[in-house]
Design a protein around this ligand. Structure first.
Ligand code: ZN
Length: 112
C-alpha cells in the first residue's frame, strides 16, 4: 500500500509536466491580432454588415474605424478579424479596445 503512493505521485507529475511542456509560448513580438476570428452573434453580424457599407463598398472589410464611431478612415495596419469581417482601425488605441472586447464594443456602436 505504501509503495503505490510515490508511483502514483510521479505519474501525476509526468502528466502535468507533459501538458505544461506542450503549451506554446508566443514570442514577445508576435502580432497581437488573434489567429482565430472572434465568434459573432446575428446582431453583431448585422451591425458589421451595416458598418461595412459605410465605406462605400460591401467587401467584408469595415474600413471605417469603429473605435471612432465609423467617422475616421481605418488602416489595414490596425486590422482585427471579427466573424467574417476584417475591421480596420485608425490607430493602435482603437484596435486595442476592440481586441479586448470586440463584441461589447460592437454592441455599443451606433451604425446609422
Ligand atoms: Zn479610431
Amino acid at each position: 500500500m505504501v509503495r503505490t503512493k510515490p508511483t502514483f505521485l510521479s505519474f501525476c507529475f509526468l502528466v502535468v509536466a507533459g501538458c505544461g511542456g506542450k503549451a506554446p509560448t508566443p514570442p514577445a513580438d508576435a502580432p497581437v491580432t488573434p489567429a482565430v476570428p472572434i465568434a459573432t452573434t446575428p446582431e453583431i453580424d448585422a451591425k458589421l454588415a451595416a458598418a461595412d457599407k459605410k465605406d462605400g463598398k460591401e467587401d467584408k472589410v469595415v474600413h471605417k474605424c469603429a473605435g471612432c464611431a465609423l467617422h475616421m478612415d481605418g488602416d489595414a495596419k490596425f486590422a482585427l478579424k471579427v466573424g467574417g469581417y476584417d475591421m480596420h482601425f485608425c490607430k493602435d488605441a482603437c484596435l486595442v479596445r476592440y481586441q479586448k472586447d470586440a463584441l461589447g464594443e460592437l454592441g455599443k456602436l451606433k451604425v446609422d
